[in-house]
Design a protein around this ligand. Structure first.
Ligand code: HEC
Length: 488
């Protein structure tokens, strides 16, 4: 058995042995060598049966699949791999099977395409484009009380849209300098809860190293506030800026979203590509942070009195949270975060809690090499929901409007991708989650294939607004009357 012999070594040896294989194919190679002969090259058939059709004889949970692989189903002729493949490699095979499963299902079930009236489980809507052109990589949308809207463009411009959805041609003058590289740039925008009297607007962005070489591209997520007067950004104040040691030339995982609760500001910063830093409570990487609206530290922050911690930290062990909302009734904070390949998460953010990255994760590395076998661990808060394969979560809204009564208090999660990262798929999706008693009881795709969903907001008019990239535009979901939904 050449295939099995190939794996009679430790994980280190496994990685060394496959180092010559092109990066994309590590998990493919494991599957091809060990499994394809019985389950088919595309997991579609063979003497062992299909693994991608969603039908499971021996249990379809992640645990059950991993058990089938490790312990085998000896009576039926399925070998046991527990001695030759490490738990990490078996976990990456489970992720791989999930990717193929979702591609297979996508072929079977046509994607939800919003042509005309879209009927969903609890509401019917049409898609209206409210802004079709004039923006470049819009990242976030905010509504002001006078009917105007603010939009950030990742290359570094803050734009104003008037009450009738006309884009003001001139970008706001004097906004902070950003480092535009890869995922970095101008990111979130949120008005203060007391905006009507204070006029404060908060921005998050990839900021250059203070007094650094302008060309160094070294950057870190920074939060500033300022006021908008006649299309000028004025009165700028720094709310959060990391110590220079945390700046880096990495262009990934800045976070970042801003949300207010009871006057305090919560915001997210990604791990900046340095995953161990997410576990270090002294570093801002991979954290949800909490400050008073003026940037001062709340005395009841979980690590406020520890000298070995960054006092602004609220929770840790996050990878790249790009969705953050509060349920105003319970004051519970929720985030969505990008996993690696598989393992995007929806989390209830508890004060001081550890969310596990990179010790615990449902995904594997982008190159298909294993990351961890652990999907749970004592002392780590598990996600309420995870997407494997990834949808590349971005943007999160809590629905409190009056236009879709059957969606009241549901969560709307944006994705840059559609479900199923394995095959060529239409980009972007919007998903709806319903939570009751701390559990996700409904998960539904509202649409996919319209473009990369960058932000989702509930408008003051009760409609759901979605910021898209490719095409760069803003759409909204408008309800249409249909038969009443089934009672809960
Ligand atoms: C020598 C043939 C053979 C090889 C090699 C093989 N399998 Fe299987 N596999 C089977 C058979 C046979 C079954 C049982 C099918 C049944 O019960 O109908 C099975 C079942 C399974 C199941 C459970 C399916 C279910 O419906 O619950 C999983 C998961 C699985 N295999 C994964 C793998 C993976 C991953 C590999 C490679 C590491 C692999 N198999 C290699 C023959 C094989």
């Amino acid at each position: 058995m050449r295939a099995l012999h190939f794996f009679q070594c430790s994980l280190v040896c496994f990685l060394a042995a496959t180092a010559s294989v092109s990066a994309k194919s590590i998990v493919d190679a494991v599957y091809r060598e060990n499994c394809a002969s019985c389950h088919g090259a595309e997991l579609e058939a063979g003497s062992g049966g299909a693994l991608a059709d969603g039908l499971w004889k021996h249990g379809g949970s992640d645990h059950a699949i991993a058990d089938s692989i490790a312990a085998g189903i000896l009576d039926a002729g399925m070998p046991a791999y527990g001695k030759t493949l490490s738990p990490e490699v078996i976990r990456s095979l489970v992720v791989y099977i999930r990717e193929k499963e979702s591609t297979f299902q996508a072929k079977e079930v046509p994607p939800v395409m919003p042509v005309g009236v879209v009927k969903t489980q609890r509401g019917s809507f049409v898609v209206e484009t409210v802004l079709a052109s004039g923006l470049e990589t819009p990242w976030a949308l905010a509504f002001l009380p006078d009917g105007r809207k603010l939009v950030t463009e990742r290359p570094g411009r803050l734009r104003v849209i008037d009450a009738s959805w006309n884009l003001v041609l001139e970008p706001v003058n004097g906004t902070p300098q950003v480092v535009q590289s890869n995922q970095g740039g101008l990111l979130d925008v949120v008005p203060a809860p007391d905006f009507a009297s204070s006029g404060w607007i908060y921005l998050s962005y990839a900021a250059p190293l203070p007094r650094g070489e302008p060309a160094s591209k070294s950057s870190m997520t920074k939060i500033s506030r300022g006021r908008l007067i006649q299309n000028r950004w004025v009165d700028e104040e720094t709310i959060f800026e990391a110590d220079p040691v945390h700046f880096s030339t990495s262009g990934v995982h800045f976070g970042s979203r801003l949300v207010f609760d009871r006057g305090d500001l919560y915001f997210s910063i990604g791990d900046r590509g340095q995953s161990p830093a997410a576990q270090d409570i002294a570093a801002p990487n991979g954290k949800i942070l909490r400050l008073h609206s003026d940037g001062s530290i709340p005395a009841d922050n979980p690590f406020a009195t520890r000298i070995d911690a960054l006092a602004a930290v609220w929770s840790y062990g996050h990878r790249n949270p790009q969705g953050l909302v509060v349920d105003p009734r319970s004051h519970e904070i929720y985030d969505t975060e990008h996993g690696p390949r598989g393992g995007d998460e929806f989390n209830l953010i508890r004060k001081g809690a550890n969310f596990g990255w990179p010790l615990v994760c449902f995904g594997m590395n982008y190159d298909g090499s294993p990351l961890t076998a652990l999907t749970e661990l004592d002392g780590i808060d598990a996600p309420l929901y995870h997407w494997t394969p990834s949808i590349a979560t971005c943007g999160l809204a809590f629905y409190i409007g009056d236009k879709f009564p059957d969606w009241t208090h549901d969560y709307f999660v944006g994705g840059l991708r559609a479900g199923g990262s394995a095959g060529p798929r239409k980009s972007g999706c919007l998903q709806r989650l319903r939570i009751r008693a701390g559990k996700v009881i409904e998960a539904e795709t509202i649409f996919e294939g319209l473009g990369r969903v960058r932000d989702v907001r509930c408008g003051p008019d009760g409609l759901i607004y979605v910021v898209l990239n490719q095409p760069d535009s803003i759409i909204r979901l408008v309800p249409v009357l249909a038969e009443p939904a089934d009672p809960i």
